[in-house]
Design a protein around this ligand. Structure first.
Ligand SMILES: NC(=O)c1ccc[n+]([C@@H]2O[C@H](COP(=O)([O-])OP(=O)(O)OC[C@H]3O[C@@H](n4cnc5c(N)ncnc54)[C@H](OP(=O)(O)O)[C@@H]3O)[C@@H](O)[C@H]2O)c1
Length: 315
């Protein structure tokens, strides 16, 4: 029997966005524990750029071709052995382990534990924009034990993850302050910030004190740690912040926790509840077609954003 084919984004070497191409590839067949998803949309995240450029090559190795992308939304069109039949035909969303498989393809065979029923009230594009940043946000807010009334500073709040952190924290009753570029101050206020500071106009946070900080940039972890109250808590998912975060365990004052996104149904279901309660809205900066993957990565590589970049793959 002739193998069914699909269109998929792949690359054969690490490098700039131009290494990515859309190719014909065999449609995957779900193995035990996997579902086959007809992918409707995926989103682009900074980790995709890191995988594509080779900056994580010690972890990603030299096996090519590789595919790219972590979070997705679509419809279950096949089940591997041992998968709960309740997922058959369901609209799902999910995120993979970032360094495992890539999701930017018409079909995806993926561990069923990394999928969950997509939340009601958002379309596929909105659902695809949320899993990676949303799970990371939930985990970061758990790490600082966010509670109503706490003063939280979100550094990098105009990015995908920072925006999700700000929205969920504000919904929990936290008093959110943000750091972004000046161009995104109003954007941050629109999504939960009571106070919005700009990093590019010399706004001085010096006199402020916070109960909790989530730092999505990571280039000034020590400076931001100095803004915590003595019993304050701080977390960073940013790779650049990890050395300072680990070093903080050896210094006087609060330790900075490192957050690594872990995919899974429990986190997805918590996220779906936030979406369905209207506490977390997907924010999409721009839509791209599959053939525009290079452009989407060029935009991601600028390091600036206002809302997620979403690749539309099927209706
Ligand atoms: N370890 C994990 O599991 C994990 C999970 C999620 C995210 N992350 C990491 O966290 C980082 C952010 O992710 P993201 O999804 O939010 O990325 P993103 O959507 O690309 O956003 C990055 C944001 O950083 C802001 N920024 C740049 N320089 C800044 C500065 N000096 N001060 C304040 N903001 C600044 C930009 O704001 P302007 O556009 O306003 O300049 C931009 O909005 C990335 O490095 C990502 O890899 C890691």
């Amino acid at each position: 029997m002739q193998q069914a084919m699909m269109r998929a984004v792949q690359f054969d070497r690490y490098g700039p966005p131009e290494v990515l191409g859309v190719r014909e590839a065999p449609r995957p067949v779900p193995k035990a524990g996997e579902v086959l998803v007809k992918v409707h949309a995926v989103s682009v995240n900074p980790v995709d750029s890191k995988i594509r450029s080779g900056s994580l090559r010690l972890l990603t190795g030299r096996r090519f071709p590789r595919s790219i992308g972590v979070d997705f939304a679509g419809e279950v069109v096949g089940l591997g052995p041992g998968v709960d039949e309740a997922l058959a035909g369901k609209a799902v969303w999910g995120a993979t382990k970032p360094l495992s498989i890539g999701v930017t393809a018409e079909y995806l065979a993926v561990d069923a534990r990394w999928c969950g029923p997509a939340p009601s009230g958002v379309d596929s594009a909105g659902a695809a924009a949320l899993p990676l940043v949303g799970i990371s946000a939930v985990m970061a807010l758990d790490a600082v034990a966010i509670e109503s009334g706490m003063r939280l500073l979100v550094v990098g709040a105009s990015g995908g993850t920072g925006n999700a952190v700000a929205q969920i924290a504000a919904a929990k009753g936290a008093r959110v302050a943000t750091v972004s570029s000046r161009a995104n101050l109003d954007f941050c206020r629109e999504y939960g910030a009571e106070e919005a500071y700009a990093y590019d106009t010399g706004d001085d946070l010096g006199g402020r004190r916070f109960d909790a900080i989530v730092d999505l940039v990571g280039t000034a972890v020590d400076r931001h740690r100095g803004l915590l109250r003595p019993d304050g808590r701080m977390a960073t998912p940013a790779v650049k912040g990890m050395p300072a975060a680990y070093a903080s365990a050896l210094l006087p004052g609060p330790r900075v926790r490192v957050v690594q996104m872990r995919p899974g149904r429990a986190h997805l279901d918590r996220l779906a509840a936030h979406v369905e309660r209207g506490e977390l809205r997907p924010v999409i900066g721009r839509f791209y077609a599959l053939d525009e993957i290079v452009e989407a990565h060029r935009s991601m590589d600028t390091g600036h954003s206002r809302g997620k970049r979403v690749i539309l793959i099927a209706d």
